[in-house]
Ligand binder design. Structure first.
Ligand code: PLP
Length: 378
């Protein structure tokens, strides 16, 4: 069923068709063509990463992290339970045991105060997710992990353009990942990137992304033929998709300005209502600059949340819930997950609702969303 105001609509910044035409005309449609290189360079500039490599998805970039860190059976990887399945699955795929950490009640980010109690000599990595692009407490997380020699990976699927204490998200972990799925601020349908912040992983990242070969070095003229040198897979996207993404990255400023205006309008219109009803709007700590990726509300319980979803649907507005606790999923339970293990995650899974937010959301449609929320009665 299509509602008047969908939850998301992929938007185009302008030059997408022109760039796609250029990519088709240039005849380089495989990976690592000129558009991919321009995207990589822009991402390095935006995030400060030592190296950025476009990938076919954030999921695949996370799988690259797992491979680069040499994760294997017997290793434990600490993950928030409140996240998308790929944050965890990428590591479980290589035999790791997931150790689920609860999230903070304010930002819904991995709770750094719980983290030390979950670390063991087998902990290989801690994966953090900056929920809605609001930064995790990175100083503390890096200190805790640094003292123990544990790698930190940032799943920054939501957080391109965001900063924590002035520093771009994606620049803190040894490795970080981005998503360009059509629900993200800049997108190419399906896509992602790996950010490498430690030079020790830079060369191998290129190799495992190219089926375990040194083809990237060959294309740079560094070797006279390329060959199989490591394990790997095919994690690089077509240059045609990179052309679409480049059109968006080059227009990031105007995209972000539009999203900021929409996000701020939601906050201004709904904050007084939220105070009255006890429904919560997003909490943004003063040291976090967020990317206006998502506007969410947190109700008292699942029944209230469902009542609002149904109410909005009756007014032609599509609002959706978000992550369900991974420790209580069938796979999570197989890894020892049990009710009560991550209470904040369990509550947030029931309470959270996301309102429509996309780059070109018309003001009239947003007004309909706001008016409908305000007209809801418990
Ligand atoms: C936190 C998080 N990580 C990873 C992903 C997977 O991204 P992709 O669809 O690009 O594989 C998502 C999806 O939205 C996500 O929310």
């Amino acid at each position: 069923m299509t509602l008047r105001v969908p939850f998301n609509r992929p938007c185009f910044a302008g030059p997408e068709l022109d760039y796609a035409r250029q990519a088709l005309a240039a005849g380089h449609l495989s990976g690592d063509g000129p558009f991919t290189k321009r995207c990589n360079a822009l991402l390095e500039g935006l995030t400060g990463a030592r190296k950025a490599l476009l990938t076919t998805s954030c999921t695949h970039a996370l799988e690259m992290c797992s491979a680069l860190l040499g994760v294997g059976p017997g290793d434990e990887v600490v993950v928030p339970s409140f996240t998308f399945v790929s944050t965890v699955n990428a590591f479980v795929l290589n035999g790791a045991t997931p150790v689920f950490c609860d999230v903070r009640d304010d930002t819904l980010n991995l709770d750094e105060r719980i983290l030390p109690s979950l670390l063991t000599p087998r902990t290989k990595a801690v994966v953090v997710v900056h929920y809605a692009g609001v930064g995790c407490e990175m100083d503390e997380i890096l200190r805790i992990c640094g003292e123990r020699g544990i790698a930190v990976v940032e799943d920054n699927a939501h957080g391109l353009f965001a900063r924590w204490r002035g520093r771009p998200l994606g620049s803190f972990g040894v490795l970080a990942t981005q998503s360009f799925h059509e629900t993200k601020n800049v997108q190419c349908g399906e896509g992602g990137a790996l950010l490498v912040n430690d030079d020790r992983h830079a060369h191998r990242a290129e190799v495992i992304r190219e089926k375990g070969t040194n083809r990237t070095a060959y294309f740079r003229g560094e070797v006279d033929k390329y060959t199989w040198v490591d394990v790997g897979s095919s994690w690089l996207p077509s240059d045609l998709l990179a052309a679409v993404l480049l059109a968006q990255l080059e227009n990031a400023e105007s995209i972000q300005a539009k999203r900021r205006a929409i996000w701020d309008r939601y906050l201004v219109a709904l904050a007084p209502w939220a105070r009255e009803t006890g429904v919560r709007v997003p909490a943004i700590p003063a040291h976090c600059e967020h990317p206006s990726h998502m506007f969410h509300l947190r109700f008292h319980d699942a029944a209230e949340r469902q009542s609002m979803i149904a109410h909005l649907r009756s007014r032609d507005v599509h609002a959706v819930f978000h992550y369900q606790p991974l420790h209580l999923s069938p796979m999570g339970v197989r890894h020892g997950g049990r009710p009560g293990q991550c209470p904040v995650t369990e509550r947030a899974g029931d309470q959270l609702l996301r309102l429509p937010l996309w780059n070109d959301l018309p003001a009239g449609d947003q007004a309909l969303v706001i008016d409908s929320v305000l007209a809801w009665r418990r």
